[in-house]
Design a protein around this ligand. Structure first.
Ligand code: ADP
Length: 489
């Protein structure tokens, strides 16, 4: 099977969130299953072409890609996903992609991704490579399924090409004014109230992707179910309900070559489920590193997150005084909304022996917290998949989460399962989105932490679980096969 994986960010070249992690791992796993996978992304200013040894594709040369009626000269560079033969093609047009950020609020944001989408299709033509599947990801790629069925349908090489559209976060919908129709050469006949490219009087690239793809998926089963509801869909539930039979959830995997306490290159002490002694040493190291006193019997609660409301920081704020009264220590790593940065800075100032806060992005510290903390707190309002809680499970760091999206699919409440006579729980979860429910769960965790055999059972339940990409990649391949069948009928 020939698979084009198209994404606006791919690890290690450019990243703002979980999409980049998926795009950097999943294509490799699908290749390992014996398929021909190529990755396509924009060549941003921040992509280091020397470090990654990218080469211009002279065989392709300059492509003239029309946006808003004007042809734009586009070049293509090629590299590989690290430690693999998976090719990555970079669409290079500096006027659009050499900006300070990957995503902008500039007036031509629509044109940037119109150009990208068309260039990817014209590159398929130049390469003479007809994909069986184009796996598009998020709104930036939402026009590709449309273009394949409309603007480029004259080209018989795409007769059998099926599109799959993967939603990583419904909150970003790529909505633009009606002028975008002309910029993108999108047929006005599709723009009417409720029409396939129209969403509340705007052109939505996300909706277009959903409407013109053979199949649609998202990154966990629970998030897929939630997206069919008013509460979680940011208005898209009717659109998705109309495609309900073609919509599924596949949980993301994680990369255990990077996130494994047995081999993690950032940890001073390695450990696994058979011998957790290294975890305690990491806790000691971490506490010293962040300037907090070590107390083996006091649970250390970690937070590693974008400081955004999506991640539950409003209920943490609501509960902050009560949380500080608990007999626990805190280490918090994150950056984002200034009000939450301020909240945590003042928390550290007022409770210097109890709380350490690092505002910023720090990958090494993220690894140290995963290993050194006893509990990871992730009370998200919504969470399409979530990676940190999956890392935590592997690191024997017991997650306390809100039961939503991928958190609900990976964290199983200890008490709930215990009451059922099963000792398979691996964390704590609560449903009601409130400070009170959050505190209740944190208290339950702190309480069980004192009971060493119980705590060890919860930790090892989590560590035994395998969330590597292989299983998810097999599900993607099944989905692709199904999409190809649908395209043929
Ligand atoms: P999202 O993609 O919504 O931000 P995920 O849990 O899916 O949330 O992925 C977050 C990723 O970013 C994880 O790999 C996490 O370790 C990392 N991360 C988040 N904030 C920071 C930070 N401040 N410093 C280092 N790594 C971070």
């Amino acid at each position: 099977m020939k698979v084009a994986f198209v994404a606006s960010e791919v690890v290690p070249f450019a990243k703002t969130g979980g999409l980049a992690d998926v795009a950097g791992s999943l294509p490799k796993e699908i290749s390992n299953l014996g398929h021909d996978v190529k990755v396509f992304m924009p060549k941003y200013y921040s992509v280091d072409e020397y470090k990654f040894d990218l080469k211009y594709l002279d065989t392709v040369g300059e492509m003239q890609i029309r946006v808003g009626g004007i042809p734009r000269p586009v070049h293509v560079q090629k590299g590989f996903l690290p430690d693999s033969n998976t090719e990555v093609y970079f669409i290079d047009y500096s006027f659009h992609f050499h900006r300070h950020q990957i995503y902008t609020n500039d007036h031509d944001e629509d044109e940037r991704f119109i150009l990208f989408s068309k260039a990817v299709i014209e590159l398929f033509q130049r390469l003479g490579w007809a994909p069986d599947i184009v796996n598009c990801n998020d709104w930036q790629t939402g026009l590709i399924p449309y273009y394949l069925k409309e603007n480029y349908s004259w080209d018989r090489m795409f007769d059998k090409t099926a599109s799959v559209f993967t939603i990583h976060n419904i909150g970003y919908q790529g909505r633009f004014s009606k002028e975008t129709l002309d910029n993108g050469e999108i047929d006005h006949k599709y723009f009417y109230p409720g029409g396939p490219v129209e969403f509340h009087d705007s052109v939505s690239f996300l909706k277009t992707g959903i409407e013109f793809s053979e199949l649609i998926n998202t990154v966990s089963e629970t998030y897929a179910a939630e997206l069919l509801t008013h509460e979680y869909s940011a208005g898209m539930h009717d659109v998705l309900l109309s495609r309900e039979n073609d919509f599924l959830g596949i949980l993301n995997g994680v990369d255990y070559s990077i996130w494994n306490p047995k081999t993690d290159k950032y940890l001073p002490h390695h450990y696994d489920e058979n011998d957790l002694s290294g975890k305690l040493l990491n806790k000691k190291f971490l506490l010293q590193h962040v300037g907090l006193p070590f107390d083996e019997n006091k649970p250390l609660i970690g937070i590693i997150s974008r400081l955004a409301i999506q991640k539950g920081f409003d209920i943490i704020s609501a509960a902050i005084d009560d949380l500080m009264e608990l007999d626990a220590q805190w280490v918090i790593l994150g950056s984002g909304e200034p009000k939450y940065e301020h909240l945590f800075r003042s928390m550290a100032y007022m409770h210097p022996n109890q709380t350490a806060v690092y505002i910023g992005y720090n990958n090494e510290l993220a690894h140290l917290i995963e290993a050194g903390a006893d509990i990871l707190l992730m009370p998200s309002h919504y969470e399409p998949c979530g990676l940190n809680q999956i890392y935590s499970l592997k690191y024997g760091t017991v997650p306390v989460v809100r039961k939503t999206g991928g958190l609900a699919d990976t964290v199983h409440d200890w008490n709930e399962f215990n009451e059922l006579g099963l000792d398979t729980g691996n964390g704590y979860s609560f449903y009601e989105y409130s400070g009170a429910a959050l505190i209740n769960s944190v208290k339950r965790a702190i309480n069980d932490f004192k009971n060493k055999p119980v705590w060890k059972k919860i930790q090892t339940n989590g560590m035994a679980k395998d969330y590597s990409w292989k299983r998810s990649a097999e599900k993607y391949v099944d989905m692709y096969k199904h999409a190809i069948e649908k395209r043929r009928v």
